[in-house]
Design a protein around this ligand. Structure first.
Ligand code: FES
Ligand code: FES
Length: 213
């Protein structure tokens, strides 16, 4: 059986890969798959014990409440992909390394494969599906196209979501800040140069929109 907690996932925005791994190793060594500063707040919100059988939960995904039944061991990523048919977040490493599964939880980018679905209850989750469509690309998506920032495309949804969350917090980033801020996502095809250019272009586009708005 597993204790049900309302503890969010590891925050990565603004962390380098090295920072993130250090935080994660600390958390894992204490039995918690959350960053230490988040774990400290968790016990106050501890609820009952659930499992091992499937339990009903409600997730707030892309602005909509979704009711589903999940075993406590099911990750947010698997719940999104297999129960809600939101397959934009990709399952690549399934162990919090590559960032292909990145979603935004309460405004922060998280690895959906590192969050249990039951832990996501009570939090606001945004997936790549909410950012735009083929007919109406989000500025980050459009910039990825303009700068050829993908090859196989498997890492791309995670990168786009991470970039969107990064630009929400850093609307006018430097190249160095972009490199640091996206350190939690990997591209095996090596499209990093295009991705960085895309982020800088998207920042300009969004800034124009904000100024005009
Ligand atoms: S699939 Fe989640 S970090 Fe790689
Ligand atoms: S485009 Fe292939 S892994 Fe990034």
């Amino acid at each position: 059986m597993r204790k049900k907690k309302n503890s969010p996932a590891p925050p990565r925005e603004g962390l380098s890969r090295r920072d993130f791994l250090k935080g994660t190793s600390l958390a894992v060594s204490s039995g918690l798959l959350v960053a230490p500063e988040v774990a400290a707040a968790a016990p106050e919100h501890a609820a009952g014990v659930v499992g091992p059988e499937a339990a009903p939960i409600t997730l707030r995904v892309n602005g909509q409440s979704q009711s589903l039944k999940v075993e406590p061991r099911v990750t947010l990523l698997d719940a999104l992909r297999t129960q809600l048919n939101l397959t934009g977040a990709k399952k690549v490493c399934d162990r919090g390394v590559c960032g292909a599964c990145t979603v935004i939880m309460d405004g922060r980018p998280v690895y959906a494969c590192n969050v249990l679905a039951i832990e996501a209850e009570g939090h606001s989750i945004e997936t790549i599906e909410s950012l735009g469509s083929a007919e109406n690309l989000h500025p980050v998506m459009a910039a990825f196209v303009d700068h050829d920032a993908q090859q196989c495309g498997f890492c791309t949804p995670g990168f786009v979501v991470a970039c969107k969350a990064f630009l929400d917090k850093h609307p006018d980033p430097t190249q160095a800040e972009v490199e640091h801020g996206l350190g939690g996502n990997l591209c095996r095809c090596g499209t990093y140069a295009g991705i960085r250019e895309a982020v800088l272009e998207a920042a300009k586009t969004l800034k124009g929109g904000r100024a005009n708005g």
